[in-house]
Write a protein that binds this ligand. Structure first.
Ligand SMILES: [Zn+2]
Length: 202
């Protein structure tokens, strides 16, 4: 199982599998974000607002991997992804990460920063898992000894949702971040290190 330290190494260290590809600085950050919007100016505007929390190194990785964000009107979203939703245990039908197309797809009616962060959690999971074995499963087991319960029932339902929910709540809600610090210190320390390393300008 890949541990959190190994994941951080692979993502950010100049000798890591993904870290090796990182550019020297963040000068092109908004170009990388723009590319993920696939030409939809409304989406580009929203991504520029919500995504910088992730730090430029992670955003480079996401953009460099060809990830796209798409929004669909509610009816079209349901028609295209209704069955996908139930399979991916996405009960609120607001958005999903389509791993085959490497796209984050969002119901335009429910578009929000929370959904973007949640689905990006699934992208991160897949990116690190492609280097080793299941990343979120490693975190699920690795943090179990110091974890005092789960943030939500949905987080408790599956390792992939555990990572995505913790990440979404950590970024969006200070009281949830505090809950994590007290009840799941392993996950809290990992998320802190992840976003600090991604944003730092050393
Ligand atoms: Zn999810």
């Amino acid at each position: 199982m890949p541990g959190p330290d190994q994941a951080l190494y692979q993502l950010f260290h100049p000798q890591g599998r993904l870290g090796r590809r990182l550019p020297g600085d963040s000068a092109a950050l908004f170009d990388w974000i723009e590319r993920m919007a696939g030409g939809d100016h409304w989406v580009a505007h929203s991504l520029r607002e919500h995504l910088p929390l992730w730090g430029w190194r992670l955003l480079f990785h996401m953009s460099n991997s060809g990830l796209l964000f798409r929004r669909y009107p509610a009816e079209e979203f349901d028609r295209r992804h209704g069955t996908w939703n139930s399979r991916s245990r996405n009960t609120n039908k607001a958005g999903l990460y389509d791993g085959q197309r490497h796209e984050i797809v969002v119901n335009a009616r429910h578009w929000s920063g929370r959904i973007l962060h949640h689905e990006l959690g699934h992208v991160l999971d897949r990116m690190v898992s492609s280097l080793n074995t299941s990343f979120s499963t490693g975190l699920w087991h690795g943090f179990a000894p110091t974890r005092n319960g789960f943030l939500t029932d949905y987080a408790a339902s599956h390792p992939q949702e555990y990572l995505a929910v913790c990440l979404e709540r950590f970024l969006c809600d200070d009281s949830d971040a505090l809950w994590l610090e007290r009840n799941d210190p392993g996950m809290h320390a990992f998320l802190n290190a992840l976003f600090e390393l991604s944003s730092a300008s050393y």
